[in-house]
Design a protein around this ligand. Structure first.
Ligand code: FAD
Ligand code: MLT
Ligand code: ZN
Length: 456
């Protein structure tokens, strides 16, 4: 049976499980579930199902498994590689109704919530206890706990807390055959058997549907200083980063932008340019402390620093230059931006950056490239604007091969999805891919979970 027709055949069973109001078959109502945030991936589906809890997810998957209906799990649909979009008519299983915050334990510093709870709601719940989750990203108002686990999302706090996988204490998930797996110990140390939560982190909806998440909480620093620093090059930015850390100032965040990106954000948002003159590179640093830290930072801004401004955290205006990049690029590009989230070793970051810039200018003068990202992680968000549809593949191929030439990763934090599926051999050996396929076949022998994402 074609993937397209399969889901329609089970609408009756789905209604029996979740209720008529949560089986969406009307194309109008389904529209928001079919296209990704960037507008680049347009899928199609006959059915969106919205289960309310683990038991309903298990019952839905058991029917899909029995009838061979392919399923795309979807959280906030803010993913940037098309992994949450039904590109082949798959049934969409939306986790948005898994939206209960179960507990915040300020003593053990743990939080338990449904996979459909947004990052912002979880942050709010933790902050009511003077705590926080270790991940923060600009899509916080829509991105869900299940989604950040499934993509092993990074964000602006990786330099301090690690990515989403590092925050995980436990997970409840449903295999494609409807079997519920619960690994749920409110313990910092629990070393019994394989790390199932860690394995589901980054699995992009291909191994199981995550229904509940148990996360560790972090203690936020009471005060921070945020600095926006203009420097002449990536090398100068790395030298300054190193100097700040060697001085004993711990990094809460370290982001970079370029003149093209800051200029575009200012045009799109109406923000004033941060300094009188444009700078090749802007470094956005956040360190713990107040006056003393501010003086210590300023004292480090010597030789290569072109200009700088410092503010007490949260310094929302300074952060706005960085956080508004994604939406400004999306609004400004004449075609859906080709978004390539990559990482390279810091020692070759400057060379990658200059080679990318000069070769794109020479070989593809009709496109615009805007780079920004999490510099201390070596994570560059290469956004190529105004790319005609027929050139998307060539541009992606050029950038990802340049990353591979620099011993980098074709995906730093967004996952592979549909956007990079054709390039997974860049940096993953045949044995590595074969092992991933064997793990996937063990979890989902019927191959119904997100079948066109990651190797199968
Ligand atoms: P979706 O987009 O719905 O799904 C993403 C993937 O996870 C899909 O493959 C889907 O099948 C799977 N999935 C979703 N929920 C589940 C579940 N419960 N069980 C199993 N599989 C599931 N990402 C970063 O890493 N760092 C950033 O700094 C960052 N900033 C962003 C800023 C903006 C403005 C935007 C729009 C996006 C940004 N992202 C960033 C990308 C995106 O927010 C993350 O990838 C996020 O983790 C996606 O969460 P989601 O709930 O929207 O998942
Ligand atoms: C970010 O860091 O802002 C995100 O990863 C989003 C993007 O790459 O656009
Ligand atoms: Zn990012």
């Amino acid at each position: 049976m074609s993937e397209r027709g399969a889901a329609v055949e089970i609408v009756g069973e789905l209604i029996d499980i979740v209720g008529r109001g949560h089986v969406l078959t009307d194309p109008e109502t389904n529209a928001g579930y079919r296209t990704d945030w960037t507008g680049r991936f347009h899928g199609h589906t006959d059915v969106v199902v919205r289960p309310a809890n683990t038991a309903e997810v298990a019952a839905v998957l058991a029917v899909c498994h029995e009838r061979g209906v392919p399923v795309v799990p979807q959280g906030g649909n803010t993913g940037l590689v098309g992994g949450s979009v039904p590109m082949h008519g798959e049934l969409v299983l939306s986790t948005r109704r898994l939206d209960k915050i179960e507990h915040v334990d300020p003593v053990g510093r743990t939080l338990a919530a449904g996979a459909g709870v947004t990052v912002a709601r979880v942050q709010q719940a933790a902050r009511e206890h003077g705590l926080d989750i270790g991940v923060d990203l600009a899509s916080r108002d829509s991105a869900t706990l299940g989604g950040i686990v499934a993509t092993n999302a990074g964000g602006v706090r990786v330099i301090k807390n690690g990515g989403t996988r590092a925050q995980l204490l436990g997970i409840e998930a449903v295999r494609s055959d409807g079997c519920v797996v619960t690994r749920w110990k409110e313990l910092t140390k629990d070393n019994v058997g394989y790390d199932l939560p860690g394995l589901l982190a980054g699995s992009e909806g291909t191994l199981a549907v995550i229904t509940r998440v148990l996360m560790r909480l972090v203690v936020p620093v009471p005060q921070t200083v945020v600095a926006l620093v203009a420097v002449p090059s990536v090398d100068a930015a790395l030298v300054l980063l190193d100097r700040v850390q060697r001085h004993g100032l711990r990094l809460e965040a370290a982001e970079f932008m370029t003149a093209a990106g800051v200029d575009l954000v200012c045009r799109h948002t109406g923000l004033r340019a941060p300094f009188g003159d444009d700078a090749p590179i802007y470094l956005l640093l956040e360190v713990p402390g107040a006056g003393e830290a501010e003086n210590a930072l300023s004292a480090l801004f010597t030789d290569t620093v072109l200009d700088a401004t410092l503010e007490a955290g949260p310094a929302r205006t300074l952060w706005r230059y960085r956080e508004r990049h994604t939406e400004s690029i999306s609004a400004e590009s004449r075609t859906p931006a080709v978004k390539l989230d990559v990482s390279v070793p810091l020692r070759v970051l400057a060379d990658f950056f200059t080679t990318l810039d000069s070769r794109l200018r020479d070989e593809h003068p009709d496109v615009r490239v805007i780079c920004f990202g999490h510099i201390a992680d070596g994570n560059v968000h290469v956004n190529v604007l105004d790319v005609p549809a027929e050139k998307q593949h060539a541009i992606t191929d050029f950038v990802l091969r340049l990353v591979a030439d620099h011993q980098g990763s074709i995906s730093a934090e967004h996952g592979v999805g549909h956007a990079k599926a054709a390039w997974i051999e860049l940096g993953r050996s045949a044995n590595d891919i074969d092992t991933m396929k064997r793990i996937r076949a063990a979890f989902d022998p019927a191959g119904i979970l997100n079948p066109h994402v990651l190797p199968r």
